[in-house]
Every structure is written in C-alpha cells, then in structure tokens.
Design a binder for this molecule. Sequence first.
Ligand code: AMP
Ligand code: TRP
Length: 344
Amino acid sequence: MTDTANSYTGPERVFSGVQPTGNLHLGNYLGALRKFVLLQDSHDCIFSVVDLHAITMPQEPGALKENTRQIAAAFLAAGLDPDKAIIFAQSSSPAHMELCWYFNCVARMGWLERMTQFKEKAGKDKERASVGLFDYPVLQAADILVYKATHVPVGEDQKQHLELSRDIAEKFNREYDAPGFFPQPEPLIKGPGARIMSLKDGTKKMSKSDPSDLSRINLTDDADTMARKIKKAKTDPEPLPASMNELSDRPEARNLVGIYAALNGCEDQDVLNEYGGQGFGAFKPALSELVVESLAPITNRFNEWLADPAAIDAVLEKGGERARAIAAPVISDVRDIMGFWKKG
Ligand code: AMP
Ligand code: TRP
C-alpha cells in the first residue's frame, strides 16, 4: 500500500479546542491550556472554543454565549496572546460544518460505534442521545483538518478521537487519490498533567461534569476554596513512600504527587525525594501553597478579562476572520477533489 497518509509536506500547525460547558479546572489547565501557551511561541496555533460540540448535549442559548466568552477569557488568562495564536468560536467558522458533512460520508459507522466517549456520554439510553453526539468525533476531525493542523495538544481522554481523525484523513487521501492532501494529525499528550484525577476518587478523571465540586479545583475558585478542597482531598493513612512504584495501588496519593510535579515542573520521583516518609499532614499544605501560587495569577487575569466582554468579543471576532481565511482555500480544494460542480 502506498503511504498516502504520511506524504503530507505542508507546514506544521497546531489546533485544539475546549468546550464552553461549565468551569475549567486544574485538569483542563495542565492537560490542555498550559500546553497551548507553550506552543504559541514555536508554532502557528489555532485554539477554538468549540460551541458546536457543546450543543451535542442540551445547552441554554444565553448560557452558551456567556460560556463561550468564559473559555476565551480562560485562554487569555492562561497566557495565550491573540496576536500570536488565533482564538475564535468554532461556530464563527462554518467551514467546520461543511467539512464535517463530507467526512460523514468518509467515516464508517463501525468506527464511531467504538468511541468510548460516546458510550460514556450517551449512558444507558443511547436511543435518546442526539445524532450530533454520535457524530461528535467527525466534527472534531473536521475542526483539525479544515486548517490542515498537524499537531493537537490534548489530554489523554482525547486519544481515541485523534486516532479517528487520522483514519478519516488517511481514508480521504486514499479514496480520492489525493496523496498527502490532509496531514495525519498527531496528538500531543505526553508530559505531566495529561490525566489529572478527581480529588475524591483517584480512579476517575477530574471532570467538569462530576456532581461533586470538591472533586476538582476550578480556575475560578478563590485561594481559600482551593486550599479547603486539597485539605479534604481523599488520601490514605500511609506516609508518602520513597519510590513511585510503591504508589501503584494508591491512586489518590499518586494523583496528588502528580499534580505537585506537574505544577512544579519536576518529575514525580523528585517530589518523593523531598516528601518521602512524610504524611499528608505535611504534604497537603505544601501542595495547597503550590496550587494557589500557580493558579492565582491566572484567576486574577481571568476576572479582569471577564469584566470586559467587549475586549473578549474583539479577540473572538478577529480570530474568526483569521480562521475563516485559512479554512476557505482548504474547503475549495476539497470540493474540487470530491468533484462538486462549480461554474466552469
Ligand atoms: P473538555 O473540558 O472535555 O472540553 O476538555 C478540554 C481539554 O482538557 C481537552 O484537551 C481534555 O483532554 C483536557 N482535559 C479534560 N479533563 C482533563 C483531566 N482530568 N486531566 C487532563 N486533561 C484533561
Ligand atoms: N473533544 C474535545 C474535548 O472534549 C474538544 C475538541 C473539539 C477538540 N474539537 C477538537 C480538541 C479538536 C482538539 C482538537 O476536550
């Protein structure tokens, strides 16, 4: 088989998206936002508030607009510079929806039926899930490929969706005899913080949708709330050990060590070198201080941006224009490749 997929020779480009649903938390920051900020200096970057994905679950129209501004504000507060990275609302670049339709006819039912996120979100009553929820990963592939993005910084939970994007790109290139037209987007997952777990259950990921607010540190929490949540975080009575393999069956302890390491920019083992032998009575206050110190500047900037919605709107508007300009020629090429009529 000729390698149609990997013959892409275009420039590198980064794309990622975050849904405007609920509060952003420490997992979003470490798994996604912080990586975005690191990439903006070395790459062309496009970061989207994916409102079209949000409506795969019921959304209240007034809240959707507000939540879209909130995520944009969080991007900016985390350190994204709108003069470097493109920040925009997904729905303001309709090319995503157009490419999604073309991809719907490339992707196979069987591929989508394997998606674990659909199974989780649809729950037991699959019949009542929206068609959009089932199609969610195809829209995600369109998000990435309508800009021919080559790299996608995401948390671990998005790995399967990225594999699907690669399969769609590969099948499109092969079936339409367009070698190297779409790149095979690579997930950027590795690194500390790829999978931050709930503070209440070390086997579940920290999530916006967890009913217990104590399970997560929100970027909007004040310092006292953050400290209280860490104090109440589930742990066990044992002191921290000397090495990471002794933490294999202590998921809560492992998670807290992982959070410390990710925020401190060191290895998990370095944390144990410092705190091994000490109990959580000593470790939790140190962790609290680090979390508050790391997030407080972001929370402050976040509130400043939120107080100026017109400034956020200006960023989104300019971002939308830039995004549409990149997507337009790609869509035009796709239409030619697929053989759609145009005036000759
Ligand atoms: P979402 O909130 O599901 O739209 O996710 C936005 C980004 O945050 C995605 O890149 C996710 O992979 C990432 N993310 C969400 N939860 C976590 C977590 N608990 N740990 C690490 N990354 C996460
Ligand atoms: N599905 C992603 C999430 O839940 C959000 C998303 C939508 C995304 N489109 C994307 C992430 C494209 C990366 C690239 O977190």
